[in-house]
Design a protein around this ligand. Structure first.
Ligand code: ZN
Length: 214
């Protein structure tokens, strides 16, 4: 059961198509694992549609509608389809769609402390997307953040000062938070991570790996 779901504003950004690409992939992948969040996105879309309907009508330019239909016909206006549900498989779609060679084909970098990280091909200038694998019982050193950090657990689980996060859970942290995530002892934890800026490690030894973990 998923206990940590993204807040409504994050789902709303996804529903309205304003979320940056890495975050949209993270939310979409969460949706494929979480019926509750899917229902919430559907409800937000319905509210958005009702709001649009209630706006005072403005006569469109005569050729505006024709232009829109032309764009739809040309495939320029994709119809949003919510991700389908997958009962198992470590990497669910839509993230899996970006990993045609699977996890093993990624360029994994080995960091100290039982961490491995692979950057994903859909990072942007402002939001970096990566997969992070934490060995069982190991952790990310104490750190704070420069901007928001979004973590979706894909396999295993981790705990920090704020909770315990398992498959499908989304954890969001910001620059006011310092924490120390540790994977459950019995299994490695695989996470999809989206960060706005490099994390800032707060322990003296952690600063040695700071240039790598971002
Ligand atoms: Zn963090």
């Amino acid at each position: 059961m998923i206990r940590h779901r993204p807040p409504a504003e994050v789902l709303l950004d996804y529903a309205t198509g304003t979320a940056p690409m890495p975050l949209a992939v993270l939310v979409a992948t969460h949706l494929s694992l979480c019926p509750e969040s899917r229902a919430e996105v559907r409800a937000l879309e319905a509210i958005g549609g009702a709001l649009l309907d209630s706006l005072a009508p403005v006569a469109p330019a005569p050729d505006a509608l024709a232009a829109i239909f032309k764009r739809i016909d040309a495939g320029e206006v994709p119809q949003q389809e919510l991700p389908r549900v997958v009962p198992d498989g470590v990497v669910p779609p839509p993230l899996a769609d970006y990993l045609p060679g699977g996890l093993d084909a990624l360029a994994w970098r080995r960091l100290i402390g039982g961490l491995r990280q692979a950057e994903l091909p859909f990072s942007t200038a402002t939001h970096k997307a990566s997969l992070l694998r934490i060995a069982g019982g190991r952790g990310i050193p104490h750190h704070t953040h420069r901007g928001d950090e979004y973590i979706l657990v894909l396999d295993g689980a981790f705990s920090d000062e704020f909770g315990h996060y398992a498959r499908g859970d989304v954890a969001i942290f910001n620059e006011t938070v310092t924490h120390h995530p540790v994977a459950d002892a019995d299994n490695a934890c695989l996470c999809l991570m989206v960060t706005e800026g490099p994390v800032r490690l707060t322990s003296w030894w952690g600063r040695f790996i700071n240039p790598f973990l971002r």
